[in-house]
Ligand binder design. Structure first.
Ligand SMILES: NC(=O)C1=CN([C@@H]2O[C@H](COP(=O)(O)OP(=O)(O)OC[C@H]3O[C@@H](n4cnc5c(N)ncnc54)[C@H](OP(=O)(O)O)[C@@H]3O)[C@@H](O)[C@H]2O)C=CC1
Ligand SMILES: O=C(O)[C@@H]1CCC=N1
Length: 270
């Protein structure tokens, strides 16, 4: 028997489009459909040659029986939107990537559906370099494998067995790319302030961070050891790091993660 694992992506925005495209690439035999409030914008987010088809509402999906449903709507919309998807979810593994929304609430909104998992990926799935944390208590081996395959197609994935850790992972890895982009912005601005032409400062900041990320991917040493490898004794990097770390880097990062974590809890009630 050929297992096709047809998939439905609900909400084909930044995340839904990246997941739909990645899943379709990895499962060329599967039918992958997406529903989005704005199908034209959703199609524009998909790669030009992607086989993913986009509809405007679940009413257009009569007869489609997905094996996998990915909920990629804003958390605030789940309450009003999910009832319309109950029949489509009936025979499927349902995976929600919505920040904050607890499994118990999703189960209630889906009329007691049992085959449910939460996942917290990040925007790097769009470049095939995502990091996803998964939580799916009680999934059988086939459902766990399907869930993992969805995210392994667009990066790395790790399971947790405590749902609270999904909210912590949201604050670190889900939001994390934005913290990194903020650092690139600041490095570019500081470079311009130090006398570089702004376009060159931007290019230096961007390429330096891309290069540092490539080193993290290629070199198994801890980040601290890589940091030490850049520092010449009593050189420029030591001076720069002393100012960065003495100037509040650790408390700023801790505050960012704590604020995002708190917000995930607030979204649970949305
Ligand atoms: N962005 C990120 O980096 C990450 C996001 N997430 C989670 O992923 C989810 C989606 O986020 P993101 O992709 O950024 O959001 P987007 O707003 O880009 O995508 C959501 C899409 O769903 C559409 N939509 C709204 N209502 C419906 C409906 N009833 N049926 C079908 N589609 C609908 C929206 O249309 P419209 O805009 O017109 O309302 C929009 O195109 C969120 O729950 C978020 O918490 C998780 C990890 C990382
Ligand atoms: O900002 C958000 O709420 C979502 C979840 C993680 C990244 N983006």
């Amino acid at each position: 028997m050929v297992v096709k694992n047809n998939a439905l992506i609900v909400g084909c925005g930044n995340m839904g489009a990246a997941l739909a495209a990645g899943y379709a690439r990895a499962h060329p035999d599967a039918r992958v459909l997406a529903v989005d409030a704005d199908p034209a914008r959703a199609r524009a987010l998909l790669p030009a040659a992607s086989p993913v088809a986009v509809c405007a509402s679940p009413a257009e999906l009569a007869g489609f029986r997905p094996d996998l449903v990915v909920l990629a709507l804003k958390p605030q919309l789940l309450g009003e939107a999910l009832a319309a998807y109950r029949p489509l979810c009936a025979g499927a593994l349902v995976v929600s990537i919505a920040a904050g929304s607890a499994l118990s609430r999703l189960r209630e909104l889906l009329g007691g559906h049992r085959r449910l998992a939460r996942a917290m990926p990040n925007l790097a799935v769009a470049a095939g370099a995502g990091m996803t944390t998964l939580y799916g208590p009680g999934l059988d081996a086939a459902d766990a494998a399907l869930c993992e395959a969805l995210f392994a197609a667009v990066g790395d994935a790790a399971w947790v067995d405590d749902e609270a850790q999904i909210d912590a992972a949201t604050a670190v890895a889900g939001s994390g790319p934005a913290y990194f982009f903020a650092l690139v912005e600041q490095l570019a601005a500081a470079g311009a302030a130090a006398g570089l032409p702004p376009a060159l400062a931007e290019r230096l900041a961007r390429r330096t961070c891309i290069g540092a990320a490539a080193l993290l991917a290629a070199d198994t040493r801890a980040a601290g050891a890589l940091k030490a490898a850049v520092c010449s004794p009593r050189g420029t990097t030591e001076a720069g790091l002393a100012a960065l770390e003495g100037g509040g880097l650790a408390p700023a990062v801790a505050a960012a993660v704590a604020a995002a974590h708190r917000r995930a809890h607030e979204l649970a009630a949305a």
